[in-house]
Design a protein around this ligand. Structure first.
Ligand code: 13P
Ligand code: SF4
Length: 335
């Protein structure tokens, strides 16, 4: 039986999304398409989303692409199929739009590893430093930063800072260590990490390489240094996707969240993609936060226009400068 809109909303507010609201015979792909048109909504999805979500998205991308898309869309509603910090960034860049996140609990271990009060105290210990933060952080941290970066533009952002200026890099120590190596800049690092990219087992990867001697190991820079040292290519999700299309190898071991493999199979059909094995008994390396989003939750959030990501105007004002600087520098480099 269909519930009235108000009763359904009340349920959603008090208990979260319940799949029981959805008729099992409903074609969710069709319904979502209808809602997109009816509400002038756009779905932006990160590469780590489930294949079905990637397939109904209007735009699929890495963190930089998603920010650029959020800044320029003329939709009234942005449905963010990603995690909380990504939806926050979209809200900061498009404050007059309604930004929906299908599950408000879709967080990020890396963003959580950097609490604003502790980071403010850390900043005070290093006066005169330019603060560069990876986009995987809260709006409060962005407000404490000079420039935001993503894994696609981090090298260019660091290199745009005068050589004599000291830099704090937060929150990802693995990306930070990679950038120190790549740019030769000596940065002060915050001690944060991503739970997904630190879980890979070097031992299992080595065994896998023995069984697949032609497979090329590619990795995201959020991985730890010993793994990155073995990788033939290191890059953002968009970078990894481009690499597998352009490289002539037929087999790849992919050290990042396995959601990206859906696009790799679509863009490089016929090639083989093996997810790098994690250091646990489960064979998957899914991000539990990214994977909180489901097609059902996307449908419900579009139908009821909730949960919405809201930020106060003052925080938007304080946090947007560092993101806008990132977008300006990226545009300068044609990224
Ligand atoms: P990119 O898609 O920007 O490489 O980021 C990866 C990631 O971990 C997002 O949470
Ligand atoms: Fe955060 Fe890691 Fe998940 Fe990306 S993959 S959202 S960095 S926990």
């Amino acid at each position: 039986m269909a519930l009235s809109l108000d009763i359904a909303k009340l349920h959603l507010e008090s208990r979260g999304f319940l799949d029981t609201f959805i008729e099992p015979t409903l074609d969710l792909f069709e319904e979502i398409e209808k809602l997109k048109k009816e509400k002038n909504a756009v779905i932006l999805a990160h590469y780590y989303q489930d294949p079905d979500i990637q397939d109904i998205a209007d735009y699929i991308g890495d963190s930089l692409g998603l920010s650029q898309e959020a800044a320029k869309t003329d939709a009234d509603i942005i449905v963010f199929a990603g995690v909380h910090f990504m939806a926050e960034t979209a809200k900061i860049l498009s404050p007059n739009k309604k930004v929906l996140l299908p599950d408000l609990k879709a967080g990020c271990s890396l963003a959580d590893s950097c609490p604003p009060d502790e980071f403010a105290a850390f900043k005070k210990l290093h006066p005169g430093h330019v603060v560069v933060t990876y986009v995987n952080c809260t709006a409060e941290i962005k407000a404490l930063s000079d420039i935001v970066c993503t894994s696609t533009n981090a090298v260019q952002i660091i290199e745009s800072i005068p050589k004599e200026t000291p830099i704090i890099f937060a929150p990802d120590k693995n990306l930070g260590a990679y950038l120190i190596k790549k740019t030769g800049r000596d940065m002060v690092l915050w001690d944060g990490a991503c739970q997904v990219h630190e879980i890979f087992s070097l031992e299992k990867i080595t065994r896998l390489q023995e069984r697949h001697p032609k497979a090329v190991l590619i990795a995201h820079p959020e991985c730890e240094a010993p793994l990155l040292d073995k990788a033939a290519y290191i890059g953002s999700t968009a970078g990894l996707l481009k690499y597998v299309q352009q490289n002539e190898a037929q087999e790849f071991i992919v050290a990042t969240e396995a959601g990206i493999i859906h696009q790799m199979r679509k863009k490089a059909p016929g090639k083989t993609f093996i997810p790098a094995p994690p250091n646990n008994s489960c064979a998957c390396n899914d991000c539990p936060h990214m994977k909180r989003n489901t097609l059902e939750k996307i449908y419900l959030c579009m139908k009821y226009e909730m949960p919405e990501v809201k930020l106060d105007a003052e925080l938007i004002e304080r946090s947007k400068k560092s993101i806008e600087r990132m977008l300006e520098i990226s545009a300068r480099f044609g990224l």
